[in-house]
Write a protein that binds this ligand. Structure first.
Ligand code: AMP
Length: 285
């Protein structure tokens, strides 16, 4: 596995792979790698791409400095995980390379209006501007590629797809399913911050999603049910929504069809998110 840290070497590596007729599969991450990340590396490998993974804890997408400082970092383990799961080139750019002016704001920000302001965006102002700006930069340095993202961060994929369309970027966005622990908890680097009892309470997120997947019913009933299940586990609910999977517009009760349920809850100061496809239909009489 090749290891790089400068934008120049990274740009050159991706260019030389394309020149040799190979397609680059970019997997952006913030490290503390787990099986959710590995599933993206493997998806890229299976598609026959040269797998280029990045690890960069992007400070511009954290609206809370405490959250940024607490974000888990496991570099030694990450190198091993990346190597074991088929990464061809691991890029770990420094903060000075990625954001030379940090902490001063950049003059140029990529802001995907509308869809960035709801759900995660509502509770974390500026979060998706930070995401879109860093992903635009990763795409700019990598050049034409396929880019792999996990549905765990469902809204992030919607934002990135919209940015790619609006800016006509030569990037094919590939979304990959959520990887869960055996008990249902969606894998997340932030799970490392949970005490065992907090982790048990966190199981309420996937339980709430499974409940509304099997109960169907109108969107308002699904929202109320998810909220109730989270509150029963003493989770501070940031949102429990049912939305259109493309526009993220909240579903109203006379709609019928496949929608997306998304949840965010705070447990002992740790923010967890999860989501699933659900089917909404008119209430039963
Ligand atoms: P992160 O390091 O949290 O920024 O995540 C990097 C990429 O891995 C993003 O595209 C995430 O959506 C994806 N990812 C994180 N957790 C999971 C998971 N449990 N299943 C699938 N993909 C995931």
């Amino acid at each position: 596995m090749e290891r790089l840290s400068t934008l120049g070497a990274w740009r050159e590596y991706a260019g030389s792979q394309r020149a040799a007729g190979r397609r680059v599969g970019l997997v952006p991450t913030m490290g503390a790698l787990h099986a959710g990340h590995s599933s993206l590396f493997e998806a890229a490998k299976q598609n026959g791409d040269v797998v280029l993974a990045t690890i960069f804890v992007n400070p511009r997408q954290f609206n809370d400095v405490g959250d940024l400082n607490a974000y888990p970092r496991t570099p030694q383990l990450d190198h091993h995980t990346a190597e074991q799961h088929g990464v061809d080139c691991l890029v770990e750019p420094t903060l000075a390379e990625m954001w030379p002016d940090y902490p001063a704001p950049t003059s140029t920000t990529v802001s995907v209006r509308g869809i960035s302001d709801t759900l995660e965006g509502a509770g974390r102002p500026g979060h998706f501007d930070g995401v879109a700006s860093v992903v635009a930069k990763l795409f700019a340095v990598t050049g034409p590629c396929r880019a792999y993202f996990g549905e765990k961060d469902f809204q992030q994929i919607v934002v990135v797809r919209q940015m790619v369309r609006d800016l006509a970027l030569d990037v094919e966005v590939v979304s990959c399913p959520i990887v869960r622990d055996g008990d249902g908890l969606a894998l997340s680097s932030r799970n490392l911050l949970l005490s065992p009892p907090a982790r048990t309470r966190g199981l309420a997120l996937s339980r709430a999603l499974r409940d509304v997947q099997s109960s169907r019913g109108p969107a308002s009933a699904q929202r109320a049910r998810m909220r109730q299940i989270l509150e029963e586990s003493d989770i501070d609910v940031a949102y429990a929504e049912v939305v259109d999977p493309v526009t993220l517009v909240p579903t109203v009760d006379d709609e019928v069809g496949e929608r997306r349920a998304l949840l965010a809850g705070i447990i002992d100061g740790v923010r967890l998110i999860d989501n699933a496809a659900v089917f909404v239909e008119a209430g039963r009489t």
